[in-house]
Structure formats: C-alpha cells, structure tokens
Design a protein. Sequence first.
Length: 205
Amino acid sequence: MLVLDRGELTGGSTFHSAGLVGQLRSTIALTRINMASVELYRRLRDDTGVDPGWREVGSLRLASSKERLLELRRQVGWARTFGLPLSLISAEEARSKGDFIGREALVKQKADGLTNKLVCLTLADPTVVALGGEPILAEGRTIGRVTSGGYGYTVGASIAYAYVPVASAAPGTRLAVELFGETIGAIVSREPLYEPRGQRIRGGV
C-alpha cells in the first residue's frame, strides 16, 4: 500500500488511520465518491484474481458526552440524506454487542474526566470550507483538528467542528483554522446555531 499525505504523516488525508476507509463526509459528492470506492474494493478480488486484503469490519462510535451524542445524531441525519446506512443505537444495544477495542481507554477517560471538548466553530471567512483534518490553532500552536465542516446556508456561515482542550472550549473563544496554508480566524459558537423546534436533532424529519 502506498500512503500519500500532505505535511507530516497522519497530518492530512490519512489523519485517521492508513488503510481505514470511512464513507461519511461533509458533502454528498465526497460521500458518494467514498461509497463508490467501497463498491470497487468489494469487486477487486473477483475482477483481478488478487486478494487486496479488503475486510469490512464495521465500526461502533460511542458518545462519552452530550456534545459527542449531538455530533453523532447529526452524522446519522447526514448519512440518511446521502443514502448511506447508519444507525443510532442505545447504550443497552451497544452493551449487547460485547467488548470492543478501546474499552479500557474509555473507562480510564471516564474516571479521569474529559480533557478535550467538541466545539462548534464559525469561520471568519464564509467563502472557505473545512472538510476535516485541518489544524485548529491557538496563539499559533496546534491544539486540535477539524472533525467535520461545511457551509451553513441557513446561518450564512462556514462551520467546523473540532475537539479542543477544555480551556479553549468556552463560547466566544477566538481560535484559528489552517486551510491550505492560510490561517483563517474562527470563534467558538454557542449551539445550536439554528434549530427552532429541535425536530431533526430528535430524529424527526
């Protein structure tokens, strides 16, 4: 496998894990490209006679905070809109699936308390959009990375989500996002930016 990255390894397109194929992205176009890639990988062995080592193992994402649960609910909504199967299950259903990789770390995190918090950032320049993986800066120092981003047409702003240290997570905190070599100002915004009746966040249409 050849891994291409920009900057330091794990600092760009493969910042999650080399070889990991996630499908959900911030736009329909990017999500469907990834979905088409998965369909291609499924056919490679039959089409070429060579086993590429493709293994579909699925994943289970856990919400260890109210903010994380909010993000997961958004992702489920996006996925359904984009035509990608994604389900939100209860804690009881998750327990029934047995043990999982990372459980010990999660238990330790719960005991020690959270050091990072998911925040909503609105960028100073509404014409630029973060896609994921971009560095979050505080006084020129990287303190986190964008998990997802997009343009909010209703609020007229470029929005990004990121985990940052709790000390930098208060609404009104000024940070910056590095996008293609440029530093764009950003501010931690109080949520929800727009949700007048709360139907979508509760799974409604």
